[in-house]
Design a protein. Sequence first.
Length: 431
Amino acid sequence: MLLIYTHKITPRFRYTMKQVFTRILGIEVSFTTKVEDFIKHSGAKITYTKQPLQNEFFVRSNDLLFEQGINDLQITVHDWNGVPCFFRTGERSTLPFDIFSASFYLLSRYEEYLPHVKDIHDRFPVKDSIAYRSKFLKLPVVDIWAYRLLDELKIKFPDLEYKPKKYRYVSAIDVTTSHCFAYRGVVRNVAGFFYDLGTLKFKRVGQRFKVWFNPDEDPYNNFTFLIDLHRKFKTKSIFFFQFADYSTYDKNVSPNNNKFRYLIKSIADYSKVALAASYSSFNDNELLKKEKKKLTGVINRPINSSRLRYNRVDLPHTYRNLVDAEFVDDYTMGYTHEVGFRASTCTPFYFYDINLEVQQPIRIHSFAFHDYAFVSAVNEDVVIGQVLAIAEAIKAVNGEFVSVFSNELLGGDEKIDWMKLYETVLKQCHV
């Protein structure tokens, strides 16, 4: 048991210590504000406050974990033996920066509470993030910092007990468009046919005719192949199905279509099925609950995980809505068109609501990349090179590697053979 002495135990302090020590490093921790308890403790112990007590393992604290609300912080990024860091400490501190305040800043998405101009889909722009501006977006720095802290602790306390977690790969499959042509209704098919004809897309016209006579020929109907790949590489997979009515940004097959419902039910026999929440449900929590309830009725088992259309996250409201709808895991945290770690970690973490100063009961699984981040890549080798670099960074800290692929892109007619690329990713990253 590692004992941490501090001058004040706050919700932020408790949240951060549990994440860094228990969830990332597998170290059990306890806290005290009493000097006598700290002195009496014979095991591993550290001080986290403004001044050391004696010559113990000391990390000088920033004020962030002892404040409330949001302040406009001035952050300067420094180098810690090749790894970016911020909230620098003084000479007497064992570490050159306040690892705990910096971790909280990134995990809580503190910067997303600050004034910023959202994009067209009400999302926080990646270029406004400190990780992007300081060029550490592709590094899970919170985990890297934690393991460097562990190295320092083991020097001071050779008998320190810890149980590091194991690396694992999770493939999230977005199914917001299950079929390109099949099961879309007469009106939508006829309208699409004349649109393709008018825009001289004769290849699509030919595909439409083929699918009309044999729905199994639909280019997006690659589910059997995906299931076989996952079984081959023993990959943990989650299929996120959109189960919503038609709207401007929600254009999947109708949830009332029996063949679509049968598809979902059949996939649930081989893989976990979760909800890809519709664009329309973003600010409509009753609609979100309705979509969840209807999808639950199809597979006859609880739906606990979510992903939001277009990776839309508006803090803190998005996660409050998901908690209200009784989701316990979310896979939306990430950037659609940039590779990297939005929260600078590859370890699942609970959402901390800064406005309420409370840890919410929903666990966030930050994805490392979305396949749409690579749509402009020159070739498959370029993509694989970036994926392997990310994988190595995650494996080095025993993290969780979450990728997001869409059945739509996997079945599309692109310059990159996405299905072949996906198989390569599974082969290289599943262990």
